[in-house]
Design a protein. Structure first.
Length: 273
């Protein structure tokens, strides 16, 4: 008895079976190509993401080295001014007999002493950060004759003085406050400036909140913050330091309505340092 191939009921002929088989083969072939393309796209995306993270890390390292070099140069200049110029002026003061000249020399010595103090970093090993900021505000008040108020909440004091946070990071916080105050003195034409430091929650993230607000003339924040805009190096430096703190720095200002600089540093920076 001859062999007979039994076809499914919905297939009338071997040709239809071949067509159906061809359709299945084409479908799975296209599916394989599509899956391969998706796999390649996922791999490329992961590679780009890893490269982006690596670039971010390298950028952070670059900013760290730039700021470290700046701090070393500040300390060198401060030392040179103190050991050479200030000493020469003291020698000149001891020999002059003209009272007007002596007054000018004393004023120069006082200015150099203040400049050295501002250039040299505070000794955070001996003095905690909250006290250093307090001394900074007192010194700034005496030099600028502005009405300066400082409010540090008790919970913020513990964060500022955390032994986990490296001194380099504490110095970044100090320099941001210092630069903000200097900007008020140089540009704001203000009568009052307030420094507020507290613990705060932003988008369900606990962090340290620092706000420096003045009642000065204000400025066009978007204009000053524009890339490569002359005069924005102070703000750029503060933002670089904020980046090293994994924080966010914002500058808000309107002409005739004063300025506000805010720094938010997540608590993870203090616990994972």
């Amino acid at each position: 008895m001859p062999d007979m191939t039994v076809l499914p009921a919905y297939i009338d002929s071997p040709e239809e079976m071949l067509n159906l088989l061809h359709t299945f083969i084409s479908f799975f072939f296209l599916l394989g190509i599509f899956s391969f393309i998706v796999l390649i796209a996922v791999i490329v995306t992961l590679i780009l993401l890893l490269k982006s993270k690596a670039r971010e890390k390298e950028t952070g390292k670059y900013i760290y080295h730039v700021i470290q070099a700046q701090e070393e140069e500040r300390a060198r200049i401060s030392s040179e001014l103190h050991d050479t110029v200030a000493q020469d002026l003291r020698a000149a003061l001891s020999t002059t007999k003209d009272e007007n000249t002596a007054g000018i020399i004393r004023s120069c010595i006082s200015s150099i002493r203040s400049l050295c103090y501002n250039l040299a970093p505070p000794d955070i090993d001996v003095q905690n950060l909250s006290s250093a900021i307090q001394d900074l505000c007192i010194s700034f008040r005496d030099e600028s004759n502005l009405d300066v108020s400082l409010a540090i909440r008790s919970e913020a004091v513990d964060i500022l003085n955390s032994p986990v946070l490296p001194n380099a990071q504490k110095l970044n916080i100090y320099r941001i406050v210092q630069e903000s105050l200097f900007n008020v003195q140089k540009h704001a034409h203000a009568e009052e400036v307030s420094v507020i430091i507290r613990r705060e929650v932003r988008q369900e993230t606990q962090g340290l909140y620092i706000c420096i607000v003045d009642n000065g003339h204000g400025f066009d924040a978007g204009h000053v913050a524009a890339p490569n805009k002359a005069g924005n190096f102070g703000i750029k430096g503060m933002k670089q330091r904020a980046t090293l703190l994994n924080g966010t720095l914002t500058v808000q200002s309107d002409i005739d309505f004063g300025s506000t600089v805010t720094l938010f540093v997540p608590l993870s920076t203090f616990s994972q340092a």
